[in-house]
Design a protein around this ligand. Sequence first.
Ligand SMILES: [Zn+2]
Length: 191
Amino acid sequence: MKLRFIVMTTGYAESASTSCLIYQCGFFGNPGYSTYKEAITDLALDLYAKFYSDHLSSYENRYRLNVNKCCRDALILNKAAKFCSECGTQTHDKDFDPEEFSEYVSDLTRTTCDSYGNAEWANERDFKWWPYWAGDFIGAPKEEIIFMAENAEVILLEALLDAKPDLRSALCEDDFSSKEWEQFKNNIHPK
Ligand SMILES: [Zn+2]
């Protein structure tokens, strides 16, 4: 039996979101996962790719209203430009902020098909998980479902920082370790 669905609720106690998100991996032809760690890490990497593209990448966001025309031109000329040669403004990518990432994940329940963004890939990553076409979920055996009962944004942040330790910068002063991620990592489903 493979793990093919992730059902997650973000927030904790009174601030837990009303509705949960249901992700499935069959849409892109993925047969499923054998371990909780792999499955959750892939979702964390999918969401990071989207977050990077929407919030951190200066190149992807070069057409935003708050970007100077000179800086925009500098980025179009050279995707990897660190500074604008015209006005000297930094044009490199924004630093990763764990709080912003958690908020981004928590706000996904409020997105639509349109605002969820690119359907199949972002930041050169082909997605593994997909929050639409979850009809297969109805009637699926419990063994195929990963259930994050609360604080999914924290579990996903920890999974991301484990997979990409370079993001654990000075900004990540807090210890984000949670009991749930520890258990999932060891392939134990939290009760
Ligand atoms: Zn400029």
